[in-house]
Design a protein around this ligand. Structure first.
Ligand code: G1P
Length: 289
């Protein structure tokens, strides 16, 4: 059973400046809920009890978000505001721990900070700026595949050929519609050089051997220690599988994706569904005139 999850959330969020100059991109809200809360919820819904968030400079508000705020709770209790229960639920969601990545040396380096906390057991990784919308939580989907193969499992999704250079791309032998036994992984390949259109989607189950591999991984794309490169090294020791996710990935660090996610999530909320849809129709009409 996988009980621990790592959420890397140390990056600068340069794609979302200036909003991320003084606040973490992981705290950007979709309606009223910070992105990272959706990510923590996915881990909890998958049966994870222990979460380590890799934070960094300027990320303190993430810690505050999952901590108790007694002053606020007292105020809400006096007013009998039902948000009180939501705030208490939030601070009791899981055992959440934090460690700070001292320098931004890449995703592989961020994961390496978790080695003492994780110990010698397989663990989940959920990127803190990526929300999944699915019936079965995506981390749970990976765990189910892990139970079959007892090896590392990487979530993937199909991307258009002209976008492969934005992702880690995997290649290998298809075992079923959704599972592939990997033969290669490349971080952000040049167009025309990708082994497939299957992109790494920000969720992983990794065996602890990955920490030894990260130690041996030289700097890669962007001069950073890439997790994708460490997983390629892992392939020479253990089998690694990819799992095509059932669900939709939302990359919140990307402005257009952020806007689309806000609209889609708003339309799913009972209180907004009708008035917001009416508003959208009005806007579209204006644009079509
Ligand atoms: C990271 C990973 C990449 C993966 C992507 C998914 O890249 O290195 O393999 O496909 O997340 O969002 P980043 O987006 O941090 O550059």
């Amino acid at each position: 059973m996988i009980k621990k999850a790592i959420i890397p959330a140390a990056g600068f969020g340069t794609r979302f400046l200036p909003a991320t100059k003084a606040q973490p991109k992981e705290m950007l809200p979709i309606i009223d809920t910070p992105t990272i809360q959706y990510v923590v919820q996915e881990a909890v819904d998958s049966g994870i009890e222990d979460i380590l968030i890799i934070s960094g400079k300027g990320k303190r508000s993430i810690e505050d978000h999952f901590d108790r705020n007694f002053e606020l709770e007292t105020r809400l209790a006096e007013k009998e505001d039902e948000m009180l229960h939501e705030l208490r639920r939030l601070s009791d969601m899981a055992n959440i721990h934090f460690v700070r990545q001292k320098e931004l040396n890449g995703l592989g380096d961020a994961i390496y900070y978790a080695r003492h906390h994780v110990g010698n057991e397989p663990f989940a990784v959920l990127l803190g700026d990526t929300i999944m919308d699915s019936v079965i939580p995506v981390t749970q989907q990976l765990m189910d595949t892990f139970e079959t193969y007892r090896c590392s499992v990487i979530a993937v999704e199909t991307v258009p050929t002209d976008k492969v250079n934005r992702y880690g791309i995997v290649g290998g032998k298809e075992l079923s519609d959704s599972i592939m036994q990997l033969e290669t992984l490349v971080e952000k390949p040049a167009l025309g050089q990708a082994p497939s259109n299957l992109a790494i989607a920000g969720r992983y189950i990794l065996t602890p051997e990955i920490f030894r591999m990260i130690e041996q991984t030289p700097k890669g794309k962007g001069g950073e220690i890439q997790l994708t490169d460490a997983m390629l090294l892992l392939l020479s020791r253990e089998n690694v599988y990819s799992h095509r996710i059932e669900g939709k990935r939302h990359d919140i660090g990307n402005k257009l994706d952020f806007l689309k996610t806000t609209v889609e999530f708003a339309l799913k909320r009972k209180e907004f569904e009708k008035p917001f849809l009416a508003f959208l129709k009005e806007v579209i009409q204006q644009y079509e005139q």
